[in-house]
Design a protein around this ligand. Sequence first.
Ligand SMILES: [Ca+2]
Ligand SMILES: [Ca+2]
Length: 469
Amino acid sequence: MKYPIFILLGLWTLGLPAQDASTSNVAEVPGWFLTWHDEFDGNELDLSKWTPDNRNLHKNNELQHYMPDDACVHDGLLTLRSQQREHEGQPYTSGLVDSRGKFYQAYGRFEARVKVPKGKGLWPAFWLLPEDASWPPEIDILEFLGHIPNVVHMTLHAPGPGGVITQHKDFFGPYFPKDFHTFAVEWEPEEMRFLVDGKVRTTYKEHIPDKPHFIILNTAVGGDWPGNPDDPKVFPAAFDVDYVRVWAREIPGTCVLGACGEHGRVAVDPPNTGRFKAGQKVVMLAHPDIGYKFDHWSGDLSGSAIPLQGNMEHNMVVTAHFIPDADSFSKSRQSLSLNKPSESSSDENSLFSSDKAFDGNLETRWSSQHRDPQWLMVDLGKPHQIDSVRLIWQNPAGGYFIHAFAPEYSIQVSDNNKSWKTVYSTQNGDGGTEEINHLNASGRYVRYYGASRHTTHGHTIIEFEVFGK
Ligand SMILES: [Ca+2]
Ligand SMILES: [Ca+2]
């Protein structure tokens, strides 16, 4: 028997004795119970629910840099603003918020009430990605191109034989930018229904995802799909979001677990459980992101035990708290390369210079120009025995946002910065964080030599650490 599988977290409303005022205003949807929502009633973005983005995603030749100050909450709305404002080489800034690490759910009803912006080059979206950082799947509940104002796009990208399988529907409706409209997906194991203004507009029955997903709202500017803006008067543009609401199916005799944390992940055993039989024993492990460590649990189970065990006597929310941990990064292992002089074959620009890969800072990175091959060298100052190196590529968590790593590269050493000896090479690198051990090498200079890239972007490394004596 196939049960819907849920992993939930965040603000939990079911079963709590007192509901906040905004919850009581949410219309009931028969057969579903509300698991999470944001009505955007305050004066600022609720950071317990959302993270505003601050980066250039390097996707689809888009022209925006996402900026936190372009995600504003006011008058009951979240406004994602797009502006003609240069930042880090991009000609526009725009807004993106996501719930990663703060809320995710497998299956359920996800709905937003939004008013989309109009104008060529604007590409607002309400979509879902897997919490485990895999891709595909990708669930696009709403995508809209600002120069085609009566069409919304509803898409499911799913893994399938031979690669990505895309199921897509264009819905022709009214002139959408004029008013608020609701967009929703009802996602169940057997089918996925896409709704506009409360009516099912398309249904997909194959390749239905079964993983927990988080929520993203954003407006991209320009790039391959919408084309670039051709009218400066459309800026600043506003993608207004009245609410985002998520429900789960009511299934008698079962309980639901929400377990997650920011800056790390919670693994639940038995795997893929979340819709548990009453009384089911569950075990949870906390896996911190690089640079963080587990601190404690809170919610329906608390303490600092690893693993954490409990029985699903009722619906539960458990939050893992992770705190910054410099020791887990470089210090405890005494990287030989930290803050040492460096050179590269090229830099994308001065923001992404070679020293950014040796500064011990996970927020900075080296990025090369967009061609092969490229190299990145560090001068350890004197000869060392070299035991291992660690490469932290851009977006170590991987998934949809992974890019700019190199599958084919070598690690080389030299005593004179002229003749190089290859001590490791691979053709199957997969980005993220790669540790290369047992090098048994020596030299004063250590070099990453990247032969070919995964994407058309540069070779991009957040940290290149060398360990040894
Ligand atoms: Ca609202
Ligand atoms: Ca760095």
